[in-house]
Design a protein around this ligand. Structure first.
Ligand SMILES: NC(=O)c1ccc[n+]([C@@H]2O[C@H](COP(=O)([O-])OP(=O)(O)OC[C@H]3O[C@@H](n4cnc5c(N)ncnc54)[C@H](OP(=O)(O)O)[C@@H]3O)[C@@H](O)[C@H]2O)c1
Length: 296
């Protein structure tokens, strides 16, 4: 199978490339149907996904069997003031990619987010629960999903949450770095979700591709926590003595209004692939044991 991964320098894109490369294949981490895959990873410097001429040229010439779109405008606060750019990257471009993928006969895989939900309630969201985002980021991702589905009904859309990988910036690295400098960290304790290791998400995306899945799937590590609980676990596992103190959303205002509760229900995914997602505690433990792999 010939696979194109966009946004390949990002947290998820780089994990997908790692998993599809030779050394990972030898470890038997890939579904059998993907073992001899040829993978091309591209990021914004090579393929800006908003450049329709270049996208069409690459997709027509590349003869890909599968396109996994990991490129996104992911700065949630910045999106509030960059609506046009966030819309171009998170809505228009995925819709165009999906359409051209359909024209070329390639499977299209798109990644989305828990932020498509407003975050009211206390029950994990299922795939068909209606989206009602509070933020520009969430709105552009939801309209992106809708455009992808209408332009290419065979697309696979995987929603995840609170992602951390070895490459790029994320909450885990921020907490580790701050905890090395400060005696006390104050972290929001009234927003709940599912921390998710990008490597676990990458593995499940490849499994879904291998079984020919389409439609929307939720994929996060299992279990729910607040950012405060997550930070406490990170500091404890990193053997740092920093005190972690809970605070409310009101005490830590941000430009984009975060969902209070945006946990996702993984049962559709777990039934489809026959394996449960490991807990967020197991996933963060393994991640921090390999902190020497951190890159900016
Ligand atoms: N991060 C999370 O907590 C989270 C949670 C749920 C879902 N998701 C979704 O998961 C997917 C992957 O997220 P991630 O955390 O891996 O994101 P990421 O680390 O920010 O990676 C996104 C990549 O896309 C690139 N990019 C931005 N604009 C582009 C453009 N116009 N053309 C091509 N590439 C472009 C970025 O380059 P630059 O860095 O140079 O901008 C970056 O390398 C996204 O769809 C995101 O919405 C993320």
């Amino acid at each position: 199978m010939k696979i194109l991964v966009t946004g390949s320098n990002g947290q998820l894109g780089s994990e997908l490339i790692n998993r599809l490369n030779d050394s990972e294949k030898k470890q038997g981490n890939l579904p059998v149907s993907l073992i001899n895959s040829e993978v091309l990873g591209v990021d914004v410097d090579f393929l800006d996904i908003t450049d329709e001429v270049k996208v069409r040229e690459l997709l027509l010439n590349g003869r890909f069997d599968c396109i996994i779109n990991c490129a996104a405008f992911t700065n949630v606060d910045k999106a509030e003031e960059s609506i046009e750019q966030a819309t171009a990257v998170n809505t228009t471009a995925p819709g165009f990619l999906a359409r051209v993928a359909a024209e070329t006969g390639a499977k299209f895989v798109h990644i989305s987010t828990d932020y498509v939900f407003s975050g009211e309630g206390d029950t994990p969201f299922k795939e068909n629960d209606p989206g009602s985002p509070n933020t520009v980021y969430g709105k552009t991702k939801l309209t992106g999903e809708e455009l992808v589905s209408s332009n290419n009904p065979d697309s696979l859309i995987v929603r995840s949450a609170w992602l951390y990988g070895y490459r790029g910036k994320n909450f885990v690295k921020t907490i580790v770095n701050l905890a090395k400098e400060r005696d006390t960290l104050t972290v929001v304790d009234d927003q709940f979700g599912n921390p998710t290791n990008a490597a676990d998400l990458a593995q499940r995306i490849l499994m879904l591709i291998s079984i020919g899945a389409n439609g929307i799937y939720h994929c996060t590590n299992s279990g729910i926590c607040s950012w405060y609980e997550f930070a406490k676990e990170i500091v404890g596992l990193s053997k740092l003595n920093t005190k972690v103190v809970p605070c409310t959303t009101e005490e830590f205002p941000r430009p984009a209004k975060r969902p209070k509760f945006s946990a996702l229900d993984n049962s559709k995914l777990e039934k489809a692939v026959g394996i449960k997602m490991r807990s967020w505690q197991e996933a963060i433990k393994e991640y921090l044991e390999n902190a020497d792999r951190f890159t900016d």
